[in-house]
Design a protein around this ligand. Structure first.
Ligand code: ACO
Length: 311
């Protein structure tokens, strides 16, 4: 019996087996993974910038040490994800190029500024909270190297979420000024965090196919709803409000209803016109240019070692 590779591939997906780098896979599956994993990696790396902004101004040595460790974790996540994408046959240099020339996206959320210390709390609670909601199911995605990378990333990400919640809890028990600063941060980060899940299912070009391929396990709207349900409860514990007058428990659906999302703003941000897009890309391009001598030195060193070994 001759079985075509496409059938073998689909059969593996149906049986919940992982697709591994040397397995046959349809070209569009490979391209979708390269797109998603590389954009995910870029998001981790660009995500270091808004938080890095507060390392030198963290309010105590302890907070500074925690923030430093957190930002270093993001670098690690970016690196495992680039490594996972490389198993699909794209080079790291090519991925960087696609980021720097604007061909590859990175998460919309990192194009917003961090205006106060409380933003570090709000990012941990809301942005990392949204990231975990989206990323835990990715531990079960069908591509082996991506799924395995996500396991460790999610463990670290849940620590990040807890530290953000704890910053906000501390501020909520602080002075009236500290409470006001934290509420302002929550107000500014809420809607952009809701947009992190991507466009509504009805206008998401990739969801249906990615669900079939078991890259995505839930749709954008399903994950967004889970996020709202959890945050609405946690906001009460923190004593902050969420900036949505239409947020309301719905006993019929068993979920919180929420108000309309400003998709114009989302489209502006993903098309390069968010508040910090230019600043973020300039910072990444500068890092690449400034690192040129390091890459050259590393290559020269490797060449020398090779000559030595041959001699
Ligand atoms: N920011 C930027 N671009 C986005 C966002 C967003 N929040 N949401 C969707 N998009 C883009 C998609 O990348 C796609 O663009 P492309 O075709 O140029 O690649 C387009 O909008 C249409 O969206 P979808 O059809 O919904 O695309 P997709 O199936 O890829 O779903 C999602 C988007 C949910 C972000 C998915 O790619 C994903 O789960 N990625 C992995 C998680 C991730 O990248 N997280 C990064 C932020 S978390 C963090 O780093 C802390």
């Amino acid at each position: 019996e001759i079985t075509c590779p496409d059938q073998v591939f689909l059969d593996k997906l149906d049986r919940e087996l992982k697709i591994e780098p040397k397995d046959w896979m349809p070209e569009p599956y490979r391209q979708t993974l390269i797109r998603q994993i590389s954009q995910h990696a870029h998001s981790e790396i660009v995500g270091m910038l808004p938080e890095g902004n507060w390392i030198t101004r963290a309010p105590s040595l302890k907070r500074k040490a925690i923030l430093l460790a957190k930002v270093q974790d993001e670098a690690g996540h970016g690196l495992y994800l680039y490594a996972a994408a490389e198993t699909l046959g794209i080079s790291r240099e090519k991925m960087y190029q696609q980021l720097h020339n604007g061909k590859a996206k990175y998460s919309s959320i990192f194009n917003y500024p961090t205006l106060s210390w409380a933003d570090i709390g709000a990012i941990g609670w809301l942005v990392d909270g949204a990231a975990i909601m989206n990323q835990v199911p990715l531990c079960r995605n069908s591509y082996g190297p991506y799924a395995r990378a996500m396991v460790r990333i999610c463990k670290e990400e849940s620590f990040h979420q807890r530290q953000g919640f704890e910053i906000l809890l501390t501020l909520s028990r602080g002075t009236p000024q500290q409470r006001a600063m934290a509420q302002d941060a929550v107000n500014r980060w809420w809607w952009p965090s809701m947009m992190m899940f991507g466009p509504p299912d009805a206008s998401s070009p990739h969801t249906q196919q990615s669900m079939r391929w078991k890259i995505k396990r839930f749709t954008n709207d399903e994950l967004r709803q889970k996020f709202v349900d959890i945050c609405a409860e946690q906001a009460t514990i923190l004593g902050f409000s969420l900036p949505d007058p239409l947020l309301k428990w719905n006993a019929t659906t068993g979920h919180f209803d929420f108000g309309p999302i400003n998709w114009d703003e989302f489209n502006q941000v993903i098309n390069g016109n968010g508040p910090c897009n230019k600043e973020r890309l300039d910072a990444r391009r500068k890092a690449w240019d400034d690192g040129e001598w390091v890459r050259e030195a590393a290559e020269a060193h490797a060449a020398k070692q090779k000559t030595k070994a041959a001699a």
